[in-house]
Design a protein around this ligand. Sequence first.
Ligand code: GLU
Length: 309
Amino acid sequence: MENKSSGMASIPLVGRFAPSPTGPLHFGSMVAALGSCLSVRTRGGRWLLRIEDVDAPRSVPGAADAILRTLDAYGFAWDGEVVWQTRRTAAYQLAFERLEAAGMLFGCACTRREMADSALARDGTRRYPGTCRAGLAPGREARAWRLRVPAGLIRFDDGVQGVIEEDVAADVGDFVLRRADGLFAYQLAVVVDDAEAGVTEVLRGADLLDSTARQIVLQGLLGYPTPAYVHLPVATNGAGEKLSKQTLARSVDGQDPARVLMDALDFLGQAPPAGLVESGLDAVWQWAMANWSLARVPRRRFAPMPAYG
Ligand code: GLU
């Protein structure tokens, strides 16, 4: 279970799949599950599973169990216990308090409506204009807590997308770590969880590429190592839209698992031999473990999904 490629003291290689239980798995999440698993397991690493239910109001009852059942039906086996973010509030609270003690947080009274005119960040969220950074205006109360984002360019070399640079302070501004409803934000939860689990490689869909610089800022402030990042192309439907419940993505529900895994491998540029599907699920996994190559993954942010069914 060691990464021997560095030549330095070997660090155990750890990857993870971290679905949000907002609905059944769709083809795009299956691609991320498969890619993250193969990338570490083919190098003797461990592969973890975390249910990202930190945004409890968006969780759909029963979705997490359905995801676990589907992964099982597709032949995925994760290492250790499943981690549930809703059981990890104390860990997020500790990280939050460390940032607060370091003077890195401030309370913000701004409502969504008050920020409606500010510029859009790359991911479509509103850039925070800094209204409450120097203190709340008289009579205003803090609703959310924001990170005082340090100035400077964040740069990382993504395993598929290449070198990415983002000036988080300029593009996003001070982002929320504790929301107005009291919940910790995804950005904080994911950074704390990955660090505590010893994750060395974050492989996920390119829809999260614009979150990565924010997460690297947090890792720096909390003294955590930055993992390697790999952002796979996001599967789109025929109209070029990202697969989601809104675009009525077909869910992958455990039916015909060998065919769906073949399609996921195909989507990832691995070119499995067509006849392999007839040999069944185990044979597809064996082929994938023996032939996986990150270099074959298309260097794109979006790619149409193959038709399957
Ligand atoms: N929970 C996120 C999703 O399902 C993934 C977050 C991550 O992999 O960092 O889209």
